[in-house]
Design a protein around this ligand. Sequence first.
Ligand SMILES: C[S@@+](CC[C@H](N)C(=O)[O-])C[C@H]1O[C@@H](n2cnc3c(N)ncnc32)[C@H](O)[C@@H]1O
Length: 418
Amino acid sequence: MAVEGLAARAAAVGLLGAVLGEGRMLAEVLADPQGPLQGLPPAERARAQRLTLAVLRHVEGVDRLLEPHLRKAPPRMVRDVLRLAVVEIGMGGAAHGAVNAAVEIVRRGKRTGAYAGLVNAVLRKVPEAPFAGMVPQRMPRWLRQPLVHAYGREAVSAIEAVQAGVPPLDLTLRAGAVAPEGEMLPTGSLRLEEKGQVSALAGYEAGGWWVQDAAAALAVRLLAPVAGERVLDLCSAPGGKTLQIAASGAQVVAVDLSGARMGRVRENLVRCGLQAELVVADALVWEPGERFDAVLLDAPCSATGTIRRHPDLPFVKDGSEVEGLVALQAALLDRALGMVKPGGRVVFCTCSLLPEEGEGQLAAALARHPGLRVERVEVPGVDPAWWTEAGGLRLRPDLWAARGGMDGFFMARLEGVF
Ligand SMILES: C[S@@+](CC[C@H](N)C(=O)[O-])C[C@H]1O[C@@H](n2cnc3c(N)ncnc32)[C@H](O)[C@@H]1O
């Protein structure tokens, strides 16, 4: 019997195995030509990816629901098949289609055929609306604990509730851009609920907009580049902020360590008809040969502010990289401060929720550089409550929760004598 959507579901199970079983980041698996998506047409690839993300957003609750029906732990692949079917039903999919596909995938598996009956029996016991009353998935302890300490239990639960949902798609627009229908956010980003294929959206070819989370778009607003200025974009790939700076009319020099990621900056610039000088280099050693009017440093970080878009992160990372990242961010910030003209400004930002990669970095930089000061400038649409006492912007997924939230970021504008 042919089961509709079997290939996409089987691929989703493969993706889940790579993330949950092998600890690989989803982006890396998706880009792997030998990965589970190989040979699938674009629509099926998109479906497999959508299903995988949905499962990763609900693993904890779904496992709790399955637990009473499993006398002993089934093989990992069988568990992922069960998780996928429950999530599909939870998302409103037809139960019979999800169950048939689950049974078929297990039946066809090399060592799982004997579990087909169990899968069928367990899934028949799943309630019609399995997500009802399900507690949002908690972040892992290494991350949750410092966040509870920084923001309180209630805020962390609110962050987790936002992370359980499918995030909207935010676009950054150039003046006069042809853009799809959406909600204009107070900060100027356009928010779409219904996404489909990005390249099929109105105005994509014309290049008047690009995808960038509303929170991410605020870093360049804080930098406020103006036409004719020389602006350095350190750690620039894949280039959302490079495009934004270039669109202001400033001359951008964009630096990134990764040649492959810089390729994406180039593609984005071409599509949008914008220009920037691209340099593939290590910002820790690169010498610009000039000083800039303004510098943006979007430093590498734990990316813990982006879990709603990357729900694989909590399953793959264990926090062990954070200490090294904090040291790297401080070193990059000192480099950035040395590349700006007297009287210029530096914006430091990270897409992290961890204070040590944000508020802590700011405090440490002020202690290292007594001539440095934090400038709190007017950014349209920014709620005054988002500013920290020290003058940084702390953005969290639970801000604008009813609208779908925003990525977690910390950003601060530094001026003075460096
Ligand atoms: C948070 S991402 C930047 C996102 C980018 N600014 C944007 O808006 O699309 C951090 C980037 O830092 C780059 N990076 C990491 N270490 C670096 C270094 N030592 N020098 C230059 N770039 C580095 C990474 O390759 C990565 O592309």
